[in-house]
Ligand binder design. Structure first.
Ligand SMILES: [Zn+2]
Length: 354
């Protein structure tokens, strides 16, 4: 097993100050990400880096209107990272620019309520599957924003932190969704960041679906009371599902019939297989789920290499390769997160406490 851990960066203060500290401390990851995407964007986006930056600029007024503090945070990341704001902004708009149908990878998320776990804790687990370009660019951020709440989350390169939990016991994971109504608007990563400052489950759900959004994720949102919600969003509409049986799973296809009407027709089969596999493994342990059980689900290799624990497919061109970059098990009751740096079949989980 690989004992390598992800870097943990601590930031505090105002949005700009926190961004600047993130930029300074993650400068190697930020500069490596920008260099990597400069190489792959022409194939992945079918446009030059400059054209991508021009497209991304159209999203900026929407971001400034909806979340001015996050734009300041990104300005700080650019300053601290020694890179241009335009480059940082472009990568934060990436999912609004790319045709996500060509992505054969995808994340898997699970949430389990306290009455279904062995120790009565609420657990939230996630495999972060993304482009191989970002291998080595992933890190954790422990943040103490002015006015709170503090949070721990994962991100990579110059992106805003977008998966994690906060001191109010609110946790979020996101899964890419593929809808036909994408448009210029508020980049989706800004509102996944917004969930981390929610103080109630209601604020967290509202943060998933701001006005004038460019697109949407599927958000698995949970709190330490055991309230579990799956919010499936696209640019123009959304649906909210409640975890009434004490668990929820999501991969990369919509579960809501309302959202399925907007889904791209050729969503990859791997997402459906990962969903059913996670469901089968979780159902066999309901009532006695532990963090170890969830680690086991996240290490599963059925349909390898497009399994829950995803590995690179060398038959694919480099810009279409992906893998599990990080694997996370959050305990919203005791405010801890277990993190494996890379495919969890190869990396040990390390525990961090908020
Ligand atoms: Zn594996």
């Amino acid at each position: 097993m690989n004992r390598q851990t992800l870097p943990m960066i601590e930031v505090r203060g105002s949005p700009y100050e926190r961004g600047k500290q993130q930029g300074e401390k993650a400068r190697p990851q930020i500069q490596k990400a920008l260099a990597g995407y400069r190489e792959t964007i022409p194939q992945a986006l079918k446009m030059t880096w400059e054209e991508a930056a021009r497209e991304a600029r159209k999203f900026l007024p929407y971001g400034e209107e909806a979340f001015p503090d996050f734009v300041l945070e990104l300005e700080g990341i650019a300053e601290g990272g020694g890179v241009s704001f335009e480059d940082v902004w472009s990568l934060n708009c990436y999912e609004g620019l790319v045709d996500t149908r060509q992505q054969v990878w995808g994340c898997t998320s699970l949430a389990v309520r306290d009455d279904q776990t062995a120790d009565g804790h609420v657990l939230l687990a996630h495999n972060e599957d993304w482009s191989s370009v970002d291998r080595g660019n992933v890190y954790l951020v422990c943040a103490e924003p002015d006015g709170g709440p503090s949070f721990i989350g994962m991100t990579y390169g110059p992106l805003l932190v977008n998966i994690g939990f906060n001191a109010e016991g609110i946790g979020v994971t996101i899964n890419s969704a593929h809808s036909t109504d994408g448009r210029v608007g508020v980049p989706r990563i800004l509102y996944s960041r917004a969930i981390l400052q929610a103080r109630t489950i209601g604020e967290a759900i509202a943060a998933c679906v701001p006005k004038l959004r460019a697109g949407g994720y599927s958000y698995l949102v949970a709190d330490s009371n055991g309230e579990l919600y799956n919010v499936e969003a696209s640019a123009t509409t959304h649906d909210i599902m409640y975890g009434r049986d004490g668990w929820l799973i999501h991969t990369n296809h919509y579960l809501s019939p309302k959202m399925q009407d907007l889904e791209e027709p050729d969503v990859h089969i791997g997402s459906i297989i990962r969903f059913h596999r996670a469901e089968r493994l979780l159902r066999s342990r309901l009532g006695q789920v532990t963090k170890g059980c969830l680690q086991g689900v996240l290490q599963d290799h059925i349909n390898w290499p497009y399994s829950i624990c995803m590995h690179e497919d060398p038959a694919r061109p480099p810009h279409q390769r992906g893998l599990t970059l990080a694997s996370l098990v959050m305990d919203l009751t005791e405010h801890t997160i277990q993190v494996a740096a890379g495919p969890p079949c190869q990396a040990e989980y390390v525990t961090y406490c908020l």
